[in-house]
Design a binder for this molecule. Structure first.
Ligand code: GAR
Length: 214
């Protein structure tokens, strides 16, 4: 089996990156983490990736004086240099333009800490609490040029408790993220996830029934 060479793009602690690295340590997992790229030199996840023997690189967006396309070209060049086939955004906090998104159409995925299409953007847990939703969770989706949009590959949901604060909710959603991101990357890398218009079909691999984590 040829494992898909996957780059994980981070900006911070990289706990989702670690979940993907752990999953990819299994020899029958269909993706290998071949590169970790950060836009911030101080991202904690870089150390963790290096400890796991994974090549790391930094493309510091601050060095591009606001020229988003030049930044994205630098990222794209490195992805090509490393013969990357799939890109997994894992807390990569840069808004991408169509330049990079189109270049990686159907080959770039993202995890977002909310049940999309609700709560796009930042402070998802605070907003989930203030809107009074009873279910909250995380979504893995293909990246499109709209922020936090694109065909949904997998979602995981948890109940919102009366006692929840943004921090307790974030912690439980993060556990969900660590469970669904490796499964979603597996579906993509194995070719089981197929984009059909706005939907992703996963056929026999349909994971419904496994996605609520009470
Ligand atoms: C995760 O909760 C991820 O879903 C979120 O950033 C966090 C990164 O944590 N991403 C976004 O908000 C993107 N819109 P991590 O660095 O520990 O994986």
């Amino acid at each position: 089996m040829s494992r898909k060479r996957t780059a994980v793009l981070i900006s911070g602690r990289g706990s989702n990156m670690s979940a993907l690295i752990s999953a990819a340590q299994s020899p029958d997992y269909p993706a290998e983490v071949a590169l970790v790229l950060s836009n911030r030199p101080d991202a904690k996840g870089l150390e963790r990736a290096a400890e796991n023997g994974i090549p790391t690189t930094v493309v510091d967006h601050k060095l591009f004086s606001g020229d988003r396309q030049a930044f994205e070209k630098a990222v794209d060049d490195i992805l090509k240099e490393h013969r990357i086939e799939l890109v997994a955004l894992a807390g990569f906090m840069r808004i991408l333009t169509p330049y990079l998104v189109d270049a990686w159409a159907n080959r770039m995925i993202n995890i977002h800490p909310a049940l999309l299409p609700s709560f796009k953007g930042l402070e998802t847990h605070e907003r989930a609490l203030s809107e009074g939703v009873k279910l909250h969770g995380a979504t893995v989706h293909y990246v499109s040029s709209e922020m936090d949009d694109g065909p949904i590959i997998m979602q995981g949901a948890i109940p919102v408790l009366d006692t929840d604060t943004p921090d307790t909710l974030a912690a439980r959603v993060l556990e969900v993220e660590h469970r669904i991101y490796p499964k979603a990357l597996e579906l993509v890398a194995s070719g089981q996830a197929k984009v059909s218009g706005a939907r992703v079909e996963t056929g026999d691999a349909d994971a419904s029934g496994m996605l609520i984590f009470p």
